[in-house]
Design a protein around this ligand. Structure first.
Ligand SMILES: Nc1ncnc2c1ncn2[C@@H]1O[C@H](COP(=O)(O)OP(=O)(O)OP(=O)(O)O)[C@@H](O)[C@H]1O
Ligand SMILES: [Mg+2]
Length: 341
């Protein structure tokens, strides 16, 4: 697969009056042309800041503290800010985490979609309106000509999120960065919106980096995943490989906390404890304090994210000293459940 976006060793700091947080601590990831990739991790793990950092859109007091961003193999990190922003936003669109509230309440939704074609792509008003109607149809809004004239408050949450996706598509991006695009929606509407994103990938070949705290959501739309914990990627690989044999205990815990209709509810496992305080320099693996399988080595030495053996032709990475112990993790959990019964 040809890499479209490559991010290497991305760091983000936050300067607070009393402390400096190291919120993103060396994230690297790749999204190929037309590929749907997921970035998953619990709240506060640095997913949104990583996305904003790679686009150069960090709010004060958050700052880019290092890293390289390549677009089509070209390093854009050193370009003047305006030129870099132009290159990145020509290729990519972002659906922000709070996008539902970001819609302009006093502007008709069709006009909001037509804005970028009008101003950025130099289309005439009638061409831009036609693009907006077409995009509204593509994201599954019924009767788009009529809906063009609606205001956001006249639409349901699911319809408003489709408008946000149409706005993201209006610049003809090759990659959409979608930050929690379904979190505010109920499960049925979530599935419909994910269906829209999947269709865009399949029919329009738009690549996607889908960010969520919910593994079940990214699993519905992505074929490859990065798992983030406390500002770092701790595991990556194909969805099917990760789900069948996790190579990090954090992924193992995430998988066990997803409800599985085929199993009794005692499959659910919550992850006890809190993520580490990112203002402190951490010793050892950052997951060790919450990891039921941690050893002295885990508490003393931080494992690097490294290539580990996986299915042939499917690269797999893990940052765990005991990456090959999934069987043992599963046995230990079964034994604990039996003990509790
Ligand atoms: N503007 C800010 N000022 C101060 N701290 C911030 C700011 N933005 C984010 N943080 C902190 O940085 C860390 C990472 O935040 P980020 O928003 O990237 O998390 P996330 O993984 O996207 O979480 P969520 O799933 O809740 O969206 C968190 O501890 C958060 O509190
Ligand atoms: Mg977020």
């Amino acid at each position: 697969m040809t890499p479209l976006l490559e991010v290497h060793d991305l760091h983000v700091d936050i300067s607070l009056s009393h402390a400096r947080l190291h919120a993103v601590r060396g994230v690297s990831l790749v999204v190929g042309t037309g590929e749907a990739v997921g970035l998953v991790g619990e709240s506060g793990s640095g997913k949104s800041l990583a996305l904003r950092a790679l686009l150069g859109m960090l709010p004060v007091p958050v700052r880019f503290a290092g890293g390289t961003v390549l677009l089509d193999g070209e390093d854009v990190t050193g370009l003047p800010a305006k030129q870099r922003h132009r290159k990145l936003t020509d290729a990519m669109s972002m659906i922000f985490q709070d996008s539902l509230t970001a819609l302009n309440p006093v502007m008709r939704v069709g006009d909001q979609i037509a804005e970028a074609p009008l101003r950025k792509l130099g289309k005439s008003r009638s061409e831009a309106n036609a693009i907006a109607v077409d995009l509204m149809g593509k994201v599954g809004i019924p009767d788009p000509e009529r809906r063009f004239r609606s205001y956001p408050h006249e639409l349901s949450g699911g319809m408003r999120q489709r408008i946000c996706i149409a706005i993201a598509l209006s610049t003809k991006p090759r990659l959409i960065l979608a930050d929690e695009p379904t979190t505010a929606l109920d499960v049925t509407i979530q599935a419909q919106v994910l269906g829209v994103l999947r269709r865009l990938k399949e029919e329009e070949h738009v690549a996607m980096l889908l960010v969520s705290h919910d593994l079940a959501v990214v699993s519905q739309a992505c074929s490859r995943l990065y798992v983030m914990y406390a500002g770092k990627v701790v595991e990556s690989g194909r969805l099917m490989d990760l789900v069948s044999v996790p190579k990090h205990p954090y992924t193992f815990s995430l998988l066990r906390s997803v409800p599985d209709p085929d199993h009794r509810v005692d499959r659910l496992l919550t992850i006890d404890g809190q993520p580490p305080d990112l203002s402190e320099s951490l010793t050892g693996c950052s997951f060790a304090p919450r990891c039921p399988f941690a050893t002295d080595r885990c508490r003393g030495e931080d494992p690097e994210l490294e290539h580990v053996e996986g299915a042939v032709g499917a690269p797999r990475q893990s940052a765990c000293w005991h990456f090959d112990s999934a069987d043992r993790w599963a046995e230990a959990v079964q034994a604990e459940m039996a003990r509790q019964r």
